[in-house]
Write a protein that binds this ligand. Structure first.
Ligand code: HEM
Length: 385
C-alpha cells in the first residue's frame, strides 16, 4: 500500500447513521461524523460543553493524569471569550515579517542539513526538531530552549509504553512551574511574562491559569504539527509531480496547504460533555455523557467535498474543519499554517525529489475504527536540485 494514502475509516458509519461509537476507559463516546452535524454541535456549547472536569473532553481522556484546566480550551463562553482575548493577539504574531523570516532561516538550515544525509528518520530527526525550534518563536524564547523540548519526544503525555504517561506529564508540569517562577521574579519579553501580566475581568491571571494555557500550548501544537509535516513529506515523496507543480505555480501554496491539512486531519476528534439529554442524528445522548466532534470524518464528507478521498491541491472551496470550528477554533492555526508554508516553500526551492526507504504507520485504535494518523517512523532521502 502507498504510504501517503490515508483512508477514511468512518465512511460507512457516516453514511449509514452519522454516528460512531467507541469506548474510552469506560467512558463511552458518541462520535458525530457528518460535516454539517459536527459544525452544528461545535457551535452549540450550551448543549455540548468543553468546561467539564479537566481532561474529560480529550480522547483518550486525560482525567487520570491531569487536574489542571487547559485554558481557553476547557472553558465555555462567556468566560472562554475573556481568556481568549488575552492570548489572541500573541497567537497572531506568526503573521509578522520578522517571525516569518526567522522561521525561514530555521527551516532552511534543517533542510540543508538533511539534504547532506544518505537517509534520515523524518519524525525524530526532522519534524520534532522543526516543531520544537519553531515553537521558540511562538514563545519568544531563546532558540536553544528547543533542545529541552526535543528531549521530551513527540508527545508530552504519551510514551512508547503508555498512551497516557503520568510521569512524563510531570516533566512538563515541573518545567512550566520553573519557567513561571523564573518569569515572575525576572520577567522577559516572552509568552510567560505576557501571561503573568495578563488580566481577565480586571483580575490578574493566576499561576494555575497561566499553567493551563501553557500546557495546552505545548500539547496542542506538538503531534499535530509533527504529523502534518511528516505526512506531507510522505505525500510529496510519492507524488513528485505535485512537488513539480507547486515549484512551477507557488501561488498555489496556500490552497495546497489547506488541502493537505484537510486530508491528513492531524487531530482526529475532540470531545464535549452533554449538559442535558439531547438527540444527535436520531441517537439519544444522555446528560453528562460524552460526544465527539470528529473532524477527520467531517473532512471526508462526500456531500461537501468532491473526491473527498483524494488530495486535490488546487481544491477551490475547502470548508474543512481540521482546525476546529466556531468557539474553540485553533489558536495555533496561524503558526501551523506559517510552518507549513515555509516548509513547502523550502522544499520546492531545494528538494528535487524524495525517496522513501522505510515506513511504519501510526494507527489510532478507536474501537471499530482504526485510523492512520501518521507514522511511527518514516525514513527518507531528500535528493538535491
Ligand atoms: C484548538 C487542531 C496546531 C493550540 C484546536 C482545535 C483543533 C485543533 C481541531 C479545536 C478543539 C476544540 O474545538 O475543542 C490543530 C491542528 C494543528 C494545530 C490540526 C496543526 C496542524 C496548534 C498549535 C497550537 C495550537 C501549533 C499552539 C502552539 C490550540 C489551542 C486551541 C486549539 C490553544 C484551543 C482554542 C480555544 O479553546 O479557544 N486545534 N491544532 N494548535 N489549538 Fe490547535
Amino acid at each position: 500500500m502507498k504510504e501517503s494514502i490515508f483512508t477514511d475509516p468512518f465512511k460507512k458509519a457516516r453514511q449509514e447513521t452519522g454516528i460512531g461509537e467507541m469506548d474510552d476507559q469506560n467512558d463511552p463516546v458518541a462520535m458525530i461524523l457528518g460535516h454539517k452535524e459536527v459544525r452544528r454541535a461545535a457551535h452549540n456549547w450550551k448543549s455540548y460543553s468543553s468546561g467539564a472536569i479537566p481532561g474529560r473532553i480529550v480522547i483518550p481522556s486525560e482525567v487520570n493524569i491531569r487536574s489542571i484546566r487547559q485554558i481557553p480550551f476547557e472553558v465555555d463562553p462567556p468566560q472562554h471569550g475573556a481568556y481568549r482575548e488575552v492570548v489572541e493577539k500573541w497567537f497572531k504574531r506568526p503573521l509578522e515579517k520578522k517571525y516569518e523570516e526567522e522561521l525561514t532561516l530555521q527551516i532552511e538550515a534543517l533542510v540543508i542539513e538533511v539534504l547532506e544525509q544518505d537517509s534520515f528518520e523524518v519524525i525524530h530527526d526532522f519534524a520534532l526538531v522543526l516543531q520544537s525550534q519553531a515553537l521558540t518563536l511562538l514563545f519568544n524564547v531563546p532558540f536553544e530552549e528547543a533542545q529541552t523540548w526535543i528531549s521530551w519526544g513527540t508527545h508530552v503525555f504519551r510514551s512508547k509504553d503508555s498512551a497516557l504517561d503520568g510521569a512524563k506529564a510531570n516533566v512538563l508540569y515541573d518545567y512550566i512551574d520553573q519557567k513561571l517562577a523564573e518569569s515572575s521574579s525576572n520577567p522577559g519579553k516572552d509568552f510567560y511574562a505576557v501571561l503573568l501580566a495578563a488580566e481577565v475581568d480586571g483580575k490578574k491571571l493566576s499561576a494555575e491559569e497561566a499553567k493551563g494555557v501553557l500546557i495546552l500550548t505545548f500539547a496542542g501544537g506538538r503531534d499535530t504539527v509533527i504529523n502534518a509535516v511528516t505526512n506531507s513529506i510522505a505525500y510529496f515523496a510519492e507524488h513528485p509531480k505535485s512537488l513539480e507543480w507547486l515549484r512551477k505555480e507557488p501561488e498555489l501554496l496556500p490552497t495546497a496547504i489547506e488541502e493537505l491539512i484537510r486530508y491528513f486531519s492531524p487531530l482526529t476528534q475532540m470531545g464535549r460533555v452533554a449538559t442535558q439529554d439531547t438527540m444527535v442524528c436520531q441517537h439519544a445522548v444522555k446528560a453528562d455523557s460524552r460526544i465527539s466532534l470528529c473532524w477527520a470524518s467531517a473532512n471526508r464528507d462526500e456531500t461537501v467535498f468532491e473526491n473527498a478521498d483524494e488530495v486535490v491541491l488546487d481544491r477551490k472551496a475547502n470548508p474543512h474543519v481540521a482546525f476546529g470550528f466556531g468557539t474553540h477554533n485553533c489558536l495555533g492555526a496561524t503558526h501551523a499554517r506559517q510552518v507549513m508554508k515555509v516548509l513547502l516553500r523550502t522544499l520546492i526551492a531545494k528538494v528535487k525529489s524524495i525517496d522513501i526507504h522505510d515506513a511504519k504507520d501510526n494507527i489510532e485504535d478507536l474501537g471499530d475504527f482504526k485510523r492512520k494518523v501518521g507514522f511511527d517512523s518514516l525514513t527518507v532521502k531528500f535528493n538535491k536540485i
